[in-house]
Design a protein around this ligand. Structure first.
Ligand SMILES: CC(C)(COP(=O)(O)OP(=O)(O)OC[C@H]1O[C@@H](n2cnc3c(N)ncnc32)[C@H](O)[C@@H]1OP(=O)(O)O)[C@@H](O)C(=O)NCCC(=O)NCCS
Length: 166
């Protein structure tokens, strides 16, 4: 049986494990270093840890003002930023399962949010596959503002089908 993946808002007790997370050098253009990601954290950009068997194996940010920062996202959309799995844990399905757990996590933590949006580099098919398997849809628009080349814009609705039908 596969190990359970849990998403949890980062707490001070996670810091030591979070600081030790990294990606391989060739992946740095996609997310940057842990240090570079953490400087984005403030009262509107929230850090979240991906855990497997109580060990921190990955990380991402939920940006509650993403829609106000970027024209390609609706004004009230959340943003997914800095998503990664530590280099020693990649290729085990953790990224895919973390994205699959995202909707439930966000509905609990951000009950008023309708949608989450992200950008993924066109040269990063592994991440795009992960997002698609977890329910994100390529909106068919390219964002050219990133330092490492064009990025696909992807989006996932957070309502259930019943809520959408209302
Ligand atoms: C993208 C990322 C989060 C995927 O996490 P992961 O746990 O390794 O992903 P999974 O094991 O769930 O694999 C998902 C798919 O990605 C692909 N994949 C995974 N590792 C790969 C690799 N090293 N090279 C090429 N494709 C790869 C595979 O197609 C895999 O599908 P499969 O299960 O059919 O083989 C992880 O590779 C990562 O952190 N990358 C660096 C940071 C990054 O690019 N973040 C995204 C920013 S938008």
């Amino acid at each position: 049986m596969q190990s359970q993946i849990k998403l949890e808002g980062m707490k001070p007790g996670h810091l030591e494990q979070v600081a030790a997370l990294s990606v391989v050098e060739s992946q740095l253009p996609f997310v940057g270093t842990m240090e570079e990601i953490l400087v984005n954290v403030d009262d509107v950009v929230h850090p979240v840890v991906i855990q497997m068997e109580a060990r921190v194996v990955g990380f991402f940010l939920v940006d509650t003002q993403y829609g106000q920062r970027y024209d390609f996202a609706p004004g009230d959309a959340l943003g997914l930023r800095g998503f990664f799995v530590d280099q020693h844990y990649q290729g085990q399905g953790i990224g895919t399962r973390a994205v699959a757990a995202l909707k439930t996590f966000l509905r609990a933590e951000y009950p008023h949010a309708h949608q989450i949006v992200l950008t993924v580099n066109c040269k990063n098919p592994a991440a795009k596959i992960c997002y698609e398997r977890g329910g994100f849809i390529d909106v068919g628009e390219l964002y050219h503002g990133g330092a490492a080349g064009p990025q696909h814009v992807m989006s996932m609705m957070l309502e259930t089908q019943e809520e959408e039908a209302r």
